[in-house]
Design a protein around this ligand. Structure first.
Ligand SMILES: *[C@@H]1O[C@H](CO)[C@@H](O)[C@H](O)[C@H]1NC(C)=O
Ligand SMILES: *[C@@H]1O[C@H](CO)[C@@H](O)[C@H](O)[C@H]1NC(C)=O
Length: 474
């Protein structure tokens, strides 16, 4: 100790630009400090969706739970939010079980779920991470992060997302709200470091230009601000499940972890090392990193623990049998539903009536997509008609420009989206519509007072759509 050793870790950003992260060995490593002050580890696991089409999100989170428990983090320090409608779903070919890879082990067994069903919402999530025990006392198990200044927090969130937003089944989590919660945690010394692994479409937009680089918080995201994230183990690899069994980034980092058999590499692997591995393996989107890079130099095990294979746990074996299954059946999160149905229709296992039912459902989904597009496009056209000077800045409805978000655009953005949910159709309930929201974010980036105009036009455009009560359009 005391000798500087410089290792240069190169993180490849989109295109050819590279971020060089110089690494200096700290004088006293954080684990030593941590154990001296009795720092604890806290883990929050969230699957923010429901329904069989989103099987993969709850599967990822159950798998994460198994890893975290195996790594010795006590149950009372793990908080799990998942709707819990998968294991006993009528469509589950293996009732009571959830798998996260083809022929994989049951990852549902033993998972303690603290918040289920309707309790899985963004309000509760924010209260849990900020440690608002009082507000949560009569909800679920009431568990919240009760962290102190020496504690480390790992948050793993898996779900749908869009520009500046992570989805929950019935509401949305906006980047400014998450940012405020992190600020509150920082101001009240609730952590030493926070590591977030976020799998969602456009996940990078939650942090790009928003997350500060000096508060000990690091976010690793499955995708950049403008990209979709990808499901994996879909189509033929999912067999009778007829949905994707996992998400590409989530499954990758967890299988990489499961593949480490001996204790030493598990203990020593840094967050940046893990990130780099995932970034290389995940080929369909760019795994990104935001925030305080000091946290990236910490070991991953200092957040998620590691399995102690001493005599105490002689029977320890990996959560997954690691077979390096190729992830050749990936699909964009946006297309999982239609691809899965088309696959079923192409097979020959369906009865005539099942086939009819399924093709009707697919047809209806496509019709509803058109209605959603038409309503949102109408609003867009009216706005740019009233404000023609903004067209060149915001871009086309189907090809919006890529504008960086800033914290001050969120009140406007939120206000418009609330109005759409109230007057047209529920945005959280229609994952398809999430993909079309970038243009509304752009309106607010260009003019943060534009919501008054937009909201008037929303009401005027949606009177017929509202009656249709559109739900669950993928
Ligand atoms: C979130 O859940 C709590 C109960 O768990 C409920 O009181 C609250 O209204 C919910 N919020 C939303 C937006 O659904
Ligand atoms: C591993 O187990 C041994 C024996 O039970 C114990 O002495 C040691 O502290 C444990 N290490 C960790 C990191 O928990």
């Amino acid at each position: 100790m005391g000798v500087f050793s410089f290792v240069s870790l190169t993180l490849f950003a989109i295109g050819s630009a590279a971020i060089h992260v110089p690494y200096r060995k700290p004088w006293i490593d954080s684990e030593t400090v941590n154990s001296f002050f009795g720092g604890k580890k806290w883990v929050v696991l969230v699957a923010g969706s429901d329904g069989w089409n989103n099987y993969r999100h709850q599967a990822d989170i159950c798998h994460a739970y198994q890893i975290i428990r195996e790594n010795g983090i006590p149950k009372e320090n793990i908080i799990t939010m998942m709707v819990d409608d998968i294991a006993n779903n009528p469509r589950n070919p293996t009732p009571g079980m959830i798998i996260n890879q083809p022929n994989g082990k049951d990852v549902y067994k033993g998972v303690v779920i603290d918040y289920k069903g309707m309790d899985v919402n963004s309000t509760n999530f924010l209260k849990i991470i900020t440690g608002d025990k009082k507000a949560m006392q009569s909800i679920g198990t009431g568990k919240v992060i009760e962290g102190g200044p020496h504690d480390k927090v790992f948050i793993n969130f898996v779900d749908h997302g869009t520009t500046g937003i992570l989805g929950f089944p019935d509401d949305l989590l906006y980047a400014d709200e998450l940012n405020d919660a992190l600020k509150t945690m920082h101001a009240s010394a609730r952590y030493r470091m926070v590591l977030m692994y976020i799998e969602a479409c456009k996940a990078g937009s939650m942090f790009d230009g928003i997350l500060r680089d000096n508060t000990g918080v690091l976010a690793v995201t499955a995708s950049g601000p403008r990209e979709n994230s990808f499901g994996c183990y879909c189509r033929s690899q999912s067999g009778p499940y007829k949905t994707c069994l996992g998400d590409f980034f989530s499954v990758t980092w967890m299988e990489n972890w499961d593949a480490l058999v001996s204790e030493s590499p598990k203990k020593k692997r840094t967050v940046f090392y893990d990130f780099n591995e995932a970034r290389t393996s995940v080929t369909e989107s760019n795994v990104m990193v935001y925030g305080d890079f000091r946290t990236g130099h910490e070991t991953l095990s200092s957040f998620i623990g590691y399995k102690n294979r001493s005599k105490k746990h002689p029977s320890a074996e990996p959560v997954m049998t690691v077979t390096n299954k190729p992830k050749n059946t990936v699909m964009s999160s946006r297309t999982v539903y239609e691809n899965s149905v088309q696959q079923e229709l192409a097979g020959n296992e369906l009865s005539v009536s099942e086939r009819h039912h399924l093709s009707t459902e697919l047809h209806l989904n496509n019709e509803m997509r058109l209605i959603i597009d038409k309503a949102l496009r109408t609003i867009y056209s009216k706005v740019v008609k009233a404000r023609p000077e903004i067209i060149s800045k915001v871009g086309d409805f189907y090809e919006p420009n890529h504008l960086e978000l800033s914290l001050d655009m969120f009140p406007c953005y939120k206000s418009i989206l609330n109005k759409i949910t109230e007057s047209c159709f529920s945005l959280p309930r229609n994952p398809y519509a999430l993909d079309r929201l970038t243009i509304f974010a752009n309106f607010c980036v260009v003019d943060k007072h534009i919501h008054q105009l937009v909201e008037k036009l929303v009401s005027a455009s949606c009177s017929n759509v509202h009656k249709l009560n559109i739900k669950n359009v993928y």
